[in-house]
Design a protein around this ligand. Sequence first.
Ligand code: NAD
Ligand code: DAU
Length: 371
Amino acid sequence: MKKNADSTIKDAILVTGGAGFIGSNFIRYVFERTDYKGKIVNIDKLTYAANPANLQDISEKYKNRYFFEKTDICNYDAVMEIFKKYKITKVVHFAAESHVDRSILGPKAFIQTNIVGTFNLLEISRQYWNAQISIQNRSIFRFHHISTDEVYGSLGMKGLFTEKTAYDPHSPYSASKASSDHLARAYYHTYRLPVSISNCSNNYGPYQFPEKLIPLVIINALEGKSIPIYGDGKNVRDWLYVEDHCSAIWSILSNGKAGETYNIGGREEKTNFDVVNKICKILDRLHPARESKFSSYKDLITFVKDRPGHDRRYGIDPSKIENELGWKAEVDFDAGMRKTVEWYLANPRWIKNIKSGEYLKWIDKNYSKRQ
Ligand code: NAD
Ligand code: DAU
């Protein structure tokens, strides 16, 4: 699903958090892989996780259609101004504090951005939708809220998360996302604001910040540092190549219904141990270790103290989006991992850049606590 039949130059999509991992991949995807003709306005507060350079080429290539506004989603007046200035027709809301470990060490920012920030955006959308959009055009407006499978809690050995699975979040991060999902749903039911929601499994791919498992492992390996695996390494995550997440969001925006929730996943459940081994194997082939202190990157694997409240298994049933919208993940885990490792190997400057800021300070302060 790559087309949006209704797209005109008058469309203006507001993307929040578009300087982060998935948001920047999504903006790139819409400009480069769909026939969208309108504008994209990226609002991002530029936290430690943001990197506006992710979109440097896009901002030059599409300078009449891509706009960046450094703004906090919690700032009502500034965001409302942006809605009016660009005549926003759709919102795709990615902006969030996204890292579970950080939410355990300091939940406050998660409550502020993920809950209060989402409330603020919903409220602005409602006011704007009521006051600024003609009655005929109201159904064209869409608020698409990006969420996570973590709101469903942890699975046992069997079963998958469906859209009907009861919410049971366990970390401050997932609790804040669950709360934002409830608010988004409430705005549809109470005010009929055209809201849709998607709950996606673990993403990986280019531009992912190296606090998350896959880029952390690649970069630590390349630097000859130990590769930390929490607990026994048997926790399971369901991995999706980021471009497939972007195409799923695009198909929801194009053909999904307001008031609906769609689970997104690639049917690629793996233990963390298997994921790490896979990365080491690819690196051993593409970039053999030259140091004599280890012969394979696997030698760097270190089991460390488990994450508190670590969810054991996630697994998404994506049947609804597959059957109703004809979406399907196109990149399998083997191909996606190869592309991802190749991307990090080809982009040492990006790595150097992103590691020169806040991330390093945070790792220095917190990493030793996990040993
Ligand atoms: P990320 O941490 O890479 O990016 C988040 C972006 O939001 C950053 O650019 C940051 O500067 C911005 N931001 C944070 N607070 C803000 C604020 N108050 N105002 C404006 N901008 C702010 O995150 P990601 O991994 O790209 O995740 C994006 C969204 O997708 C999140 O909502 C997350 O919950 C969801 N999600 C992520 C995954 C995953 O595997 N990464 C899976 C499912 C859902
Ligand atoms: O499931 C979707 C979620 O996936 C998103 O909502 C979150 O925003 C995203 O961060 C991700 O959460 P996880 O906690 O699953 O991702 P993370 O990469 O932090 O960890 C993946 C697994 O790897 C998890 O079981 C913890 C483990 N892990 C993680 C790190 C950083 C390790 O074993 N060692 C590590 O160093």
